[in-house]
Design a protein around this ligand. Structure first.
Ligand SMILES: N[C@@H](CCC(=O)N[C@@H](CS)C(=O)NCC(=O)O)C(=O)O
Length: 206
């Protein structure tokens, strides 16, 4: 059975959420923060999430989403959780773009901004790096807002996909860190819809 190294509300939530959507059993191994050397030695690349699937050990949450849907391709396609390059390369490109935007363009600046607010002295909250991260997040989340402007339920249309897990987790993280004001209205309503999914609710309890 697949094992996931997990800390509640960390990026491992993405992986557990996907497995809940797939209805697949998994084993959670809780890890303490800060991460220690013992974990770093066996947890993939030494960050959260890491997974162990037989002989395969890996990290990077988005790579794991791609790996898991790729390994369960038939079921993932049936459930609409992923999109392949055929028959519509444009749909595939859009899917990959939002899948990666959730981590590279949203979570990366959001995590730095939230860490500054949580751990740095208050005098540092508005420093150049924090403001740069905030501006980057705001500019990139505007892409999500624009995508949702036609009333679609999910990022790439009506189907819920791993791109929604990627972006949805980043929005959830920002909301949980009390940075709600950075989330525009359509993205906020979208996050409410994602948060109501039973698989997401179960993942939160893991
Ligand atoms: N891009 C990576 C980021 C991984 C990452 O930075 N994870 C955080 C927790 S969500 C972590 O492990 N932080 C502790 C550390 O790096 O020591 C991913 O998507 O998995």
């Amino acid at each position: 059975m697949i094992r996931i190294f997990h800390i509640p509300d960390f990026r491992s939530l993405r992986v557990i959420w996907l497995l809940e959507e797939l209805g697949e059993p998994y084993e959670v191994e809780r890890v303490e923060y800060p991460l220690d050397e013992a974990f770093r030695a066996r947890g993939g690349i030494g960050s959260i999430p890491g997974i162990v699937d037989g002989d395969i050990v890996m990290g990077e949450s988005i790579a794991i989403l791609q790996y898991l849907t790729g390994r369960r391709l038939q079921r993932s396609l049936e459930l609409g959780l992923t999109v392949g390059p055929n028959p519509d390369p444009a749909a595939y490109a859009e899917h990959l773009q939002f899948l990666h935007l959730g981590e590279a363009s949203l979570m990366t600046p959001a995590a730095m901004l939230a860490a500054t607010r949580r751990m740095a002295p208050e005098a540092e909250w508005g420093n150049y790096t924090a403001m740069r991260c905030q501006r980057t997040f705001v500019n990139r989340v505007a892409v999500v807002e624009k995508q949702l402007a036609d009333g679609r339920a999910h990022l790439t249309g009506e189907a819920f996909t791993i791109a929604d897990i990627s972006v949805g987790y980043a929005l959830h993280y920002v909301r949980r860190r009390e940075l709600d004001a950075l989330i525009p209205p359509l993205a906020s309503a979208y996050l409410d819809r994602l948060s109501a999914r039973p698989a997401f609710q179960r993942a939160l309890q893991a």
